[in-house]
Design a protein around this ligand. Structure first.
Ligand code: HEC
Length: 128
């Protein structure tokens, strides 16, 4: 009986894990609908400077954090802890990053196309 319970728990856990993985896969597949043009990059830069630079730094190279926010990662390097495709970055910004939401959701504050423009801006300043 105890064994059965462990199995059921394992199945529930696996189902939950695969659902999460599926969500990420869906996000990863999403294409950026906003073309990367000089205009969209400049617009993304302007939004980034206001909304993101206080934590991630004016050049998006990361911030040291303070007593309300932990250090914010460099967004110009090739390291993405939460997914580095356009769609994953988009949803991390729109929905925030659980569970602590130190990276809060911007969906209520920014339009979708503003977030896509930020993605274009980040691509344009990515370290090669
Ligand atoms: C209050 C500070 C703060 C603000 C403002 C902020 N961030 Fe973040 N951001 C963080 C922190 C802290 C993390 C790390 C979260 C974690 O790993 O749990 C993070 C993580 C991220 C990640 C994930 C990086 C990775 O390695 O996968 C992206 C992308 C990101 N932020 C983009 C943005 C953008 C774009 C904006 C502006 C719209 C923004 N952030 C505004 C603090 C902030």
């Amino acid at each position: 009986m105890a064994n059965l319970r462990i199995h059921v728990a394992a199945i529930v856990w696996l189902a939950a894990a695969s659902l999460t993985a599926q969500g990420d896969a869906e996000h990863a597949k999403l294409k950026n609908p906003v073309l990367s043009t000089p205009d969209s990059i400049a617009a993304g830069r302007a939004v980034f400077t206001k909304a993101c630079a206080p934590c991630h730094g004016v050049n998006a190279t990361g911030g040291s954090g303070n007593d309300i926010s932990p250090p914010s990662p460099d967004l110009t390097d090739a390291e993405w802890q939460h997914g580095g495709s356009d769609g994953e970055i988009f949803f991390n910004v729109k929905d925030g990053i659980p569970p602590d939401l130190n990276m809060g959701p911007f969906g209520g504050r920014l339009e979708d196309d503003e977030i896509w423009k930020i993605v274009n801006y980040l691509r344009s300043i990515a370290k090669k």
